[in-house]
Design a protein. Structure first.
Length: 389
């Protein structure tokens, strides 16, 4: 019997119900589809207590994920939550914790979403998958495509760090280099997509990447003894992890695993070279205008027009959090500071969150006694240029 209590998919915009066994992208209205579960199912009763003996990957939450019926796990998820006291003390927030996503199989948290999405695409009959990427998502899709025997097409901006090209091809995926940014890569993909019959794995345009990424929310709670931090610092590109974690908090409240009304303040961190979410948040808007000339070495957050802008902005406001743009020129230094203090060589996106922490402390939005979780979303090793090596 399948462990999953998935019941159906639901449109985040219009609420329409969709069959969970369909290979679908968006709702007819254009909204993102969200997986819904029977959170009152009897088999979930003692689940929380049974988790501790399970494998240390994200599939430990199998009941609360879709079930592909086979495993392609490479051990993705259940990454360490590290007390970063030296970094925290230097910044003025000794309770700082780093969720170190560089420990994932291909070196970033993109493995979470793509493990689940690639497995489900294969299970539901896709013949091939395709996605635009700034690098890490392409590597993750290619790796899990190899594992699932699903052909993958990856569309990367031509100025993506070179290591990503080699990695994608090594995993046997088809690499398409596109002039421009990730939005241009997406357009190039869609021109080919329909004719070729590839399944679109773009984030929030299929239901399951967000399910993989929501496990970060479950893990933080489990690792903190079923409590949540005061604040979360999240380098935001497409916003999948932010949306996923918020969904996890909601599910855990319904499950009775965490106390209601204690969710963290969520902070979206972007670079001043590409800050569409920050600009919209500060202007009080509920949609983000596309950023004209996106430039940042933190390529994972070089997303000029996030598809799920409304969901992201709603969560930032509902949580009492906010959005911070950091100085591009300070990112490499922040990365070296985390490296020196903690023995973690962070991705520039993770390093940007340390700059955001200092800013939020100066503004009084974060208090020195707060327990803060900073997401280091990947390894710095794939972006030597960004870190000044
Ligand atoms: C993709 C990516 C991000 C942004 O993640 P979203 O959930 O799409 O906002 C941040 N950091 C790294 C390293 C990434 O690869």
């Amino acid at each position: 019997m399948s462990p999953s209590v998935l019941t159906h998919l639901e449109c985040a915009d219009c609420g329409a119900r969709h069959d969970r066994l369909a290979l679908v992208n968006l709702c007819a209205c254009g909204g993102s589809l969200m997986a819904r579960y029977d959170l009152h199912a009897p088999r979930l009763a003692a689940l929380k207590e049974r988790l501790s003996v399970r494998e240390a990957d994200l599939w430990r939450y199998a009941e609360l994920l879709p079930d592909p019926g086979f495993s392609i796990s490479l051990g993705e998820g259940f990454t360490p939550l590290i007390a970063a006291q030296a970094t925290g003390r230097a910044a003025g927030c000794p309770g700082l914790l780093i969720k170190d996503e560089s420990a994932n199989p291909t070196g970033s948290f993109k493995d979470r979403g793509l493990s689940v999405a690639v497995a489900m695409a294969k299970a539901l009959g896709a013949k091939a998958g395709a996605l635009p990427s700034a690098g890490n998502a392409g590597s993750a899709a290619a790796a899990f495509g190899a594992r699932a025997r699903l052909p993958i097409h990856v569309f990367l901006p031509a100025d993506t760090p070179r290591s990503f090209f080699g990695e994608v091809e090594a995993f046997g995926a088809v690499l398409h280099k596109v002039d421009g940014h990730i939005g241009d890569a997406g357009r190039a993909m869609r021109e080919l997509l329909a004719g070729e019959g590839w399944f679109d794995l773009s984030t929030l345009k299929e239901p399951y990447r967000v399910e993989g990424k929501k496990t970060m929310g479950y893990e933080v709670a489990e690792q903190l003894g079923w409590t949540l931090p005061d604040a979360v610092l999240y380098p935001t590109g497409g916003g999948t992890g932010l949306i996923g974690m918020w969904k996890a908090f909601e599910e855990m409240e319904t499950l009775g695993w965490i106390a209601p009304g204690r969710r963290p303040r969520m902070y979206a961190v972007q670079s001043q070279g590409c800050a569409p979410v920050v600009r919209a948040f500060e202007a009080g808007k509920d949609r983000a205008e596309p950023w004209a000339d996106p430039k940042t070495a933190a390529s994972g957050i070089r997303v000029p027009a996030p598809f799920a802008d409304r969901l992201i902005l709603r969560i930032l406001r509902e949580s009492g959090g906010g959005a911070v743009a950091v100085q591009e020129g300070e990112i490499a230094g922040a990365a070296r500071e985390i490296a020196r203090h903690e023995g973690i060589l962070p991705a520039p996106e993770g390093a940007a969150c340390l700059l955001a922490l200092s800013r939020l402390l100066a503004l009084g939005a974060i208090a020195p006694r707060d327990r803060v979780v900073l997401f280091n979303t990947g390894t710095g090793l794939k972006y030597p240029e960004a870190l000044g090596f």
